[in-house]
Write a protein that binds this ligand. Structure first.
Ligand SMILES: C[S@@+](CC[C@H](N)C(=O)[O-])C[C@H]1O[C@@H](n2cnc3c(N)ncnc32)[C@H](O)[C@@H]1O
Length: 205
């Protein structure tokens, strides 16, 4: 059986167009078999997007695991930033490119298995993470994010209580300053802020 995180999904392509309202803005997205939430905007993603403090989003932004593109496209539309959008799934990447054009935003979509092809640092990493890849890889995404965040950079993620939100929050608190930004129908939107490193504080003082 195929997964939404396969590099090259082997399910037959069957593109469909979905209309979505996010915060009263209309978006059109093309989705397909073999990508996450092909029937439309996932409720966790919606909860995450509607919790973002758009006026505070500045600098470099990464949409990690972009799927067909709702996070990066929404953030770019509302901030004017050229968001980096990565995924491992080639079909998702092609849809993200297509959807960026349809929704008239400029973004930078590229393939990367986690952080493998990433050479920048970010002020925001935003993700509805791929829970199904298993805890070990999920934790790699969440904890290696620190290496790709600027000081005070923020990792935003959404996770459902039935997917282990409580444990993830507790574990993130060992490495980040964590705030729960929203809870809705079991989904938790988490903002994990990178702590200042001692050597950086010394250098700046
Ligand atoms: C839960 S989906 C979210 C998709 C999209 N952001 C949304 O909200 O609809 C997680 C995404 O992470 C991608 N993914 C899984 N493993 C990955 C990896 N190792 N590196 C990059 N992306 C990965 C999947 O292909 C999938 O598109």
């Amino acid at each position: 059986m195929g997964h939404y995180y396969d590099k090259n999904p082997n399910s037959k392509s069957q593109e469909v167009s979905v209309m979505v309202k996010i915060n009263n803005q209309s978006y059109k997205f093309i989705t397909d078999n073999g990508v996450f939430s092909k029937r439309g905007l996932d409720f966790g993603t919606r909860t995450l997007l509607e919790s973002l403090e758009l006026d505070k989003i500045k600098g470099n932004v990464l949409d990690l695991g972009c799927g067909y593109g709702p996070i990066g496209i929404y953030v770019s539309k509302n901030t004017g930033l050229v968001v980096d959008m990565i995924d491992i799934n080639e079909r998702s990447l092609a849809l993200s490119r297509k959807n960026a054009k349809i929704n008239e935003v400029e973004v930078n979509v590229f393939a990367s298995d986690m952080y493998l092809n990433i050479n920048s640092k970010y002020d925001f990493i935003i993700t509805n993470p791929p829970i199904r890849i298993g805890k070990k890889k999920l934790y790699e995404i969440l904890f290696k994010a620190k290496n790709y965040l600027n000081e005070d950079g923020q990792l935003w993620l959404v996770i459902h209580k039935d997917q282990g939100a409580k444990t993830v929050i507790k574990d993130l608190e060992n490495e980040y300053n964590v705030q729960i930004m929203c809870k809705n129908k079991g989904f938790n939107v988490i903002c994990a802020i990178k702590r200042w490193q001692i050597d950086t504080i010394l250098l700046k003082s």
